[in-house]
Write a protein that binds this ligand. Sequence first.
Ligand SMILES: NC(=O)c1ccc[n+]([C@@H]2O[C@H](COP(=O)([O-])OP(=O)(O)OC[C@H]3O[C@@H](n4cnc5c(N)ncnc54)[C@H](OP(=O)(O)O)[C@@H]3O)[C@@H](O)[C@H]2O)c1
Length: 295
Amino acid sequence: MERRICAITGATGGIGAALADEAVRRGFDLVLHGRSVSKLEAMKEEISQRHPTLDIALVVGDLGTAFGAEQVAGEISKVAPKLDLLINNAGVLLGGLPVSPDGIDMHTQVNLIAPYVLMQRLKPALSEVKGSVINVASGSARRVKTLSVRSLKKPTDTRKLFGAYAQSKLAVALITQTIAPDFLTDGIRIVAADPGPVKSGMTSGDGMPGLLKLLRPFLYATPEKGAAKVFAALDSEARADQSGGFYPGGKRRSLPAFANQGHLADEILEFCDEQIERANDVVPLARFRISKKEA
Ligand SMILES: NC(=O)c1ccc[n+]([C@@H]2O[C@H](COP(=O)([O-])OP(=O)(O)OC[C@H]3O[C@@H](n4cnc5c(N)ncnc54)[C@H](OP(=O)(O)O)[C@@H]3O)[C@@H](O)[C@H]2O)c1
């Protein structure tokens, strides 16, 4: 029987590393993505010692531009022309509002544009085996009161966690819901799953509000528990034979009502497509990949 393959972005630490362990427990071979070659190689070494027969491919790249996301998607599709599960886990929660080299807010770039590029580019590989996609979302999305393409490009809400970050996570949950029917015609199930509050580098960083940082040691879960919740959301969606669901706190919930009104979802998808078009106007400067043989 052919082995199943799971590709995970931002796999070298935090929830991403725990998702890799959970994927192995569930019988997947791995495609691990990260920004650091040395971290990826160390992770591969460590997992291989525990699971010597596991096939692990490594893909290096920065998701901080649409072009970078295109490169990463291209390398994943080379090592996994048939992909059973894509987990868009890489994400940022930043202390300020830095602008990406593409000229848009970095939260939007990494948390929305990159998952969109990966889903679109890996759709053929996923449809080969009727695979699934998990977009790692956040319960903070439920606290967002307004959203527009304009605010995704250049956020004005400077609140930590509940400003630009939460917006980008609401947008990714909204596009998940919107493209799900189309992906399902190719047999691909998609879900936006929140791991819940987890002790990771992200929640000890500059992007966290001070009060939550104080509560973190007492209230936040381990990355393993977060990873289990993320997989459980996909299980739940599959059991109910649904797709496109948003699972904050482990339960399927509606997005804030305003997000489903008007043409917001279509406008955001159009914006994501524009970013892909721009990326393809860029001359490819570099290609990064470590295959199993090279590593
Ligand atoms: N922790 C929580 O409480 C929580 C709650 C809800 C949702 N989430 C979501 O869970 C996911 C994992 O977060 P985490 O808590 O495990 O945080 P983390 O430890 O900071 O991990 C984030 C991952 O994303 C990668 N990444 C960031 N920017 C990137 C870029 N430009 N290009 C490529 N990779 C990039 C990081 O790579 P480097 O190691 O190279 O920086 C890292 O592997 C995120 O999507 C986050 O939004 C977390």
